[in-house]
Design a protein around this ligand. Structure first.
Ligand code: ZN
Length: 245
């Protein structure tokens, strides 16, 4: 099986279209989405519609939950809160229901855990090896896929080993799964990358090859920025797209 892995689309339909176009030749059998289909960006309905049409195995991110439950946006920064309330006002009822019905995590084919921030807590940012250890402590599979930080990277833990102290292979590359080692892999953000690379990020997992390919694809940032300006979304939220932060 080959799985396309998408995360943190954030209502950026131009980036999502670029990723799906790039995937057209990748012969994937199944699409996985690690949450935050909406929030920040200008096209929440189109992103939800496209994810639903892909028959994706999709879990709920913190912005998806905040779109249907305003109390969950109280701790957001003021610009992020402004964006999610704009998204909430513009989402159709069927897409609000789609977001409300998403599960916080999923087990795929008895071999892959999907989570948003970490396995024990969807809101926890997995940034450091200490953060990663919280997920390794409870994961029962060889591979877990996570998002939330919008950083393309992975953490590996062999039997009795320390978790690497550095982020291995940020900004893409191939994660070759080794025997007796477990992996936490973040495909990076489709719609709002934050690892210093402004290109849309996603991954492909090939379970027969035992490899996760982290990929980047450029998209028309100007179009997304214009859509955000026209929607009256905060300038800082489209300015950051050019920088990948
Ligand atoms: Zn996100």
């Amino acid at each position: 099986m080959r799985y396309a892995v998408l995360s943190d689309i954030h209502s950026n339909v131009v980036a999502l279209e670029a990723v799906l176009a790039d995937l057209a030749s990748a012969s994937v059998d199944r699409y996985l989405c690690l949450g935050d289909v909406v929030g920040y960006g200008p096209r929440p309905n189109q992103c939800c519609d496209m994810i639903r049409e892909l028959d994706c195995i999709c879990i709920q991110g913190n912005h998806d939950l905040a779109a249907v439950n305003p109390a969950k946006a109280e701790w957001f920064t003021p610009p992020a809160r402004a964006c999610i309330s704009w998204n909430r006002r513009h989402l159709r009822d069927n897409n609000l229901q789609f977001l409300a019905d998403l599960a916080p995590s999923a087990l795929v084919a008895d071999q892959i855990i999907l989570c948003h921030g970490s396995i024990p807590d969807p809101d926890h940012y997995t940034v450091t090896p200490a953060d990663a250890s919280l997920s390794f402590a409870v994961m029962k599979t060889r591979l877990a896929l996570f998002g939330h930080t919008h950083y393309a990277e992975w953490f590996a833990l062999g039997d009795g080993e320390e978790i690497p102290a550095e982020h291995p292979q940020p900004r893409g590359g191939t994660c070759q799964l080794q025997p007796d080692t477990r992996y936490l892999v973040n495909p990076g953000g489709v719609g709002q990358p934050r690892d210093g690379n402004e290109e849309a990020a996603y991954a492909v997992y090939d379970d027969e090859a035992g490899e996760v390919y982290l990929r980047r694809v450029s998209y028309d940032i100007a179009t997304t920025a214009t859509q955000m300006k026209e929607a009256g979304l905060p300038e800082a939220m489209h300015a950051r797209l050019w920088l990948g932060v």
